[in-house]
Write a protein that binds this ligand. Structure first.
Ligand code: PRX
Length: 647
């Protein structure tokens, strides 16, 4: 069975796109009819990109969990909502139906309420990839609290910064997490973080690894005990909080070009409509399909395409706790075979990494259930695309290359599986509702970049990617600092949302994202701000100054190259580099550790003191000769010295 708003032909795509541009409010109002509202929308859109202020479906009343749970628990109670596969292949998997998921969310919502959580409170979630993570998110949404999920790989300091920024009242965590053959001690990290966070009153701890942890009297409580108390009192149903369209649903922190991560805020109604619409259309989901998104719920991909998009569509979402290479590099394919996965959505990094193990781990597996493949998070190179197509899709599964961002909430540019054409390494066409524009650095729209998608052929264009009209899940603000939202996204080009990405458009109107044009790296699909990382490295007692650039990396897409001016004994460079890595792990988390650290005596700077990253980037890429104009440097000789000691 398909969905009434599912696009089923190329013509239908063009028609939907045209309508979304010509009559955007009518277009989205019709889609909104397929959701449960306490009060139906009349005001569809109000916006300006100057303040910026955007509201969608402003006068509705809703609760997103009613759309993700109650309506499916009624119409298809026994359909699996979540299939969970453990990190350990021998541990039993779990299947949670819509009826059961609703029940579990009702119980945990009551736990939150019993512990003083109220509408609008901020809750930090730092958990392993277990169904209780989705239950925690949905329960926050049910009581009207705003969740802020922090990825399990972040350090105590990063968590503390995020808790502090949002003044979180409560933390939901677990004793630990399994990741491959490692145990991550989540609770200890939370304990370290909370030393600095006075706003947190309670910590709810789920049992997962059974590692010894300390439970602080009056603050820490066990998830299981709390549930037991409620079951004993017989609370079967939790009435969802009535929410306004623009009430925040969640905060998700992401790195930018300045030092401090920012809390991207998404609101209830628009986010729900858009994640649902894109899920159904991009992947061409049919009721009963098993959808496997391999992302961690700590990132936007997990929020939108493990939890809210699939569940609001009554889909079966497969959640995997482990990593692709444990116990061996065939794990994804075992899971596909075991659960007859129909749609697989993963990152180019994972594909490149698995590709490096050869096809031995794939060939014997039965992958015939697969119908659609997807990628997200970074550009996919043609070699990886073809490997995915040949060895996983057996040349019969369309591949959707989905471009979007934490800030966009849902997929923005992508082919629709089997409906609009794919082109390797291109995200291809904008989705209905997404009005793209390419500009040069001076803000001049590039010739042909503004043409209608149907006027072919286009003139080739390459520039900075902007969006000129709001879509329902555009970020609403950056938490506690609206000015920052304005400056980061809406000020580079007046009246436009600036993505921070460079982009090329071919003669057929297909978009190819070429990468960030700001000081943000994309390492294995994770955003790392160079300024944030430099600040962390500079906290090492021996470091005087540092500069971070990206360089092409076979598996990660981009690797991190650090140039460090160090004061002190450099006899054992490896040891000093390990110390610096340890500092980064402490301050940000292991995901931000540089791949290479080069110790230098100086950095190429202009007379005004600005580091010429362009030169450092070229050196990191292996270039020695064509480094561009270095005559404006304060000390041009430093360049050859750095080239000479490159690692
Ligand atoms: O540079 C783009 C890249 O990832 C950035 C967004 O990162 P994040 O907010 O962490 O969200 C990642 C998951 C949606 C973008 O600015 N990016 C994302 N998808 C693609 C991509 N680059 C190329 N192709 C993609 N499909």
């Amino acid at each position: 069975m398909s969905y009434p708003y599912q696009i089923n032909s190329l013509e239908a795509y063009y028609k939907a796109y045209r309508k979304s541009v010509e009559e955007p409010e009518v277009f989205w109002a019709e889609i909104a009819e397929h959701f449960n509202w306490y009060k139906k929308p009349k005001q569809i859109l109000n916006w300006n990109f100057i303040e910026p202020k955007v509201t969608w479906f402003n006068d509705v009343k809703l609760n997103i969990t009613e759309n993700c749970l109650d309506r499916w628990a009624e119409s298809q109670p026994d359909t699996p909502a979540i299939i969970w596969e453990s990190n350990h292949p021998n541990e039993a998997h779990r299947i949670i139906t819509y009826r059961e998921l609703l029940h579990k969310v009702n119980l945990f919502s009551q736990v939150l309420k019993n512990n003083g959580v109220q509408k609008g409170d901020r809750i930090c979630i730092y958990m392993p990839m277990v169904p209780e993570l989705a239950i925690a998110m949905l329960s926050c949404a049910r009581v009207g609290a705003i969740h802020s999920v922090v990825f399990g790989g972040f350090s105590a300091q990063s968590i503390a910064d995020r808790i502090h920024d949002a003044s979180c009242k409560l933390v939901i965590t677990a004793d630990g997490a399994f990741r491959g053959n490692k145990i991550i001690d989540l609770k200890n990290t939370i304990d370290d973080a909370l030393v600095q966070c006075k706003s947190v009153e309670k910590v709810i701890v789920l049992t997962r690894t059974r590692e010894p942890i300390s439970m602080i009297k009056g603050r820490d409580i066990w998830w299981e005990d709390e549930i037991e108390k409620i079951e004993a009192n017989g609370y079967p149903f939790f009435i969802p909080e009535v929410m306004d369209a623009e009430d925040p649903l969640f905060i998700l922190y992401t790195s930018g070009s300045t030092g401090k991560p920012k809390g991207v805020v998404h609101s209830c109604a628009g986010y729900m409509v858009y994640t649902n619409y894109t899920f159904v259309n991009v992947f061409q989901y049919q009721h009963g399909d098993v959808f496997f998104c391999t992302a961690d719920a700590g990132w936007i991909t997990g929020h939108s395409y493990i939890v809210y998009g699939p569940l609001s569509a009554g889909a079966t979402s497969l959640m995997f706790e482990g990593i692709p290479t444990f116990p061996d590099a065939g794990r994804f394919w075992d899971i596909v075979e075991k659960f007859q996965v129909n749609i697989l959505y993963t990152a180019p990094t994972a594909i490149r990494s698995l590709m490096s193990f050869g096809t031995g781990f794939v060939d014997a597996k039965n992958l015939s259930s697969l119908k659609v493949l997807g990628t997200v998070g970074e550009p996919i190179n043609e070699e990886a695309w073809h490997w995915y197509d040949t060895h996983i899709g057996k040349n019969k599964c369309p591949i959707v290359d989905t471009w979007w961002q934490t800030e966009t909430g849902g997929i923005m540019i992508s082919n629709l599986a089997g409906i609009t054409p794919a082109k390797p390494s291109y995200a291809t066409l904008p989705l209905p509702g997404i009005q793209t524009l390419l500009l040069d650095e001076n803000g001049i729209p590039l010739k042909g970049s503004d043409a209608s998608i149907e006027e072919l052929p286009h003139e080739m264009a390459s520039g900075n990617l902007c969006i000129k009209f709001p879509w329902p899940s555009i970020l609403r603000t950056t938490y506690g600092d609206h000015e920052r939202c304005k400056l980061t996204y809406f000020s580079t080009y007046p009246n436009l949302y600036f993505t921070g990405d460079g982009c090329l458009r071919d003669t057929e109107g297909n978009y190819r994202i070429t990468g960030r044009v700001d000081d943000v790296l994309n390492v294995s699909g994770h955003r790392i701000g160079t300024a944030e990382l430099e600040n962390a490295i500079n906290q090492h007692s021996g470091v005087i100054e540092s500069a971070i650039v990206g360089y092409p990396h076979d598996v990660k897409g981009q690797g991190i190259y650090a140039y460090v001016i160090y004061q002190g004994n450099l006899e054992d460079k490896k040891l000093v580099a390990a110390d610096i890595n340890q500092t980064v792990t402490r301050i940000i988390g292991a995901i931000a550790k540089p791949d290479k650290i080069q110790f230098v005596s100086g950095l190429p700077k202009t007379r005004s003191g600005k580091i010429m990253r362009r030169i450092l980037r070229k050196i990191a890429e292996g270039e020695s000769e064509n480094l561009g104009d270095i005559s404006t440097l304060l000390d041009p000789e430093i360049v050859q010295a750095i080239v000479g000691e490159r690692i």
